[in-house]
Design a protein around this ligand. Structure first.
Ligand code: PLP
Length: 371
């Protein structure tokens, strides 16, 4: 069977393995080589590595195109922005990953890039910001509000206008939506999150169908130098092998928690596109295969109560980040980089693979403690 006949749930298991041969390993071995004998296509450790290639092949089998892996998600995004001529306009989501928000604000303040922040859930507002834009940088579902942008519409409108489109697909994962197939130029992942899945490494990836763009991004990786380690790449691929089962469990746990939280007297609002009552549910359902394993909720109480709640759990860790097998929660506004339009009491939950009743008991106990 060739790769294209296989489903994504199988590809996460099967893609990026060594060719079959007598006694060949079933996994690519960790290749620790800073230099190589002359004459081959790689030559030096900043130009290529067997463990990057295996992971890149696996991500490409899911997202399409050709993939480059980087030392972090931010390194991958920085490589994209580094290609833009000085003075270019980037239109980007005003609710997005806080590191990207800060990077964009800094590039704008330096005069490097002109940034237009837009509400990506307001399709009209995004379309109006497009004239003069060089790059539309989208994130959906958004962090931490779990808003959903009309990706098919936004991507096709921007492409019709000749504008570059990049999509941060970290929250959705390649199993829930594939922006390249909607016409985007670049899909980016923080491999740190769901793809690697165990909160033990940082990595990022970019995939594109455009050969010329791929070459420019590869040059950026080579010469800006934000390369991942071979061991991290090996771990990321090891983690990817279980993405299908991890996501299935994480998503079903997330939906159940979203339902139970919605009925909890201390909760004023739950944000999860998988909830049939969520304002983004129908749009999400129209192009997403699943709704992901991240949700957020607001409390009737304020920031203080949210902080007490997050620090009262015994099983769920009060920690940032997402996409690991373990459930994490945190009050987002504890970060100074978080958008002021995010409610003070908003708690983001990255839902892991634990037993749902153990998670719920922990949440109920934390609520009792937080009053
Ligand atoms: C974590 C994250 C990033 C940044 O990735 P790092 O691997 O931490 O550099 C970018 N976008 C989203 C949506 C993220 O969750």
């Amino acid at each position: 069977m060739t790769g294209s006949e296989l489903t994504p749930e199988t590809l996460v298991v099967s893609a990026g393995r060594p060719p079959i041969a007598d006694d060949a390993g079933v996994n690519v071995s960790i290749s620790l080589n800073a230099t190589r004998h002359a004459g081959g296509p790689v030559g030096y450790g900043r130009y290529g590595n067997e463990n990057w290639s295996a992971l890149e092949t696996a991500i490409s089998s899911l997202e399409g195109g050709k993939t480059l892996v980087f030392s972090s998600g931010m390194a991958a995004i920085s490589a994209v922005f580094s290609l833009l001529p000085t003075g270019s306009v980037i239109s980007a989501s005003h609710h997005g990953y806080s590191g990207v928000m800060t990077l964009l604000k800094n590039l704008d303040a330096m005069g490097r890039i002109d940034v237009r922040f837009v509400n990506v859930t307001n399709t009209q507002e995004v379309l109006e910001a497009l004239p003069g834009t060089s790059l539309l940088w989208l994130e959906s579902p958004t962090n931490p509000m779990l808003d959903v942008a009309d990706l098919p519409k936004l991507i096709s409108s921007a492409k019709k206008a000749g504008i570059g489109v990049g999509v941060d697909n970290t929250f959705a994962t390649p199993l829930n939506q594939n922006p390249l197939s909607m016409g985007a130029d670049i899909v980016m992942h923080s491999v740190t999150k769901f793809i690697s899945g165990h909160s033990d490494i940082l990595m990022g990836s970019l995939s594109t169908n455009d050969e010329a763009l791929f070459s420019r991004l590869e040059e950026a990786r080579k010469f800006n130098g934000a390369i991942p380690g071979p061991f991290e790449s090996w771990l990321a691929l090891r983690g990817l092998r279980t993405l299908g089962v991890r996501l299935e469990r994480g998503q079903s746990n997330a939906l159940e928690l979203a339902k139970r939280l919605s009925a909890h007297p201390g909760v004023s609002r739950v944000h999860y596109p998988g909830l049939p009552t969520d304002p983004h549910h129908n749009l999400a359902k129209s192009f997403m295969k699943g709704f992901g394993a991240v949700l957020s909720f607001e409390l009737h109480g304020g920031a203080q109560q949210a902080d007490t709640l997050c620090s009262s759990s015994l099983l769920i860790a009060n920690a940032t980040s997402l996409g690991g097998v373990e459930t994490l929660w945190e009050r987002r506004r504890r970060w100074s980089g978080e958008s002021a339009s995010v409610p003070e009491s908003l708690i983001r939950v990255s839902v892991g693979c634990e037993n749902i009743d153990d998670l719920w008991s922990d949440i109920e106990r934390a609520f009792k403690n937080a009053g």
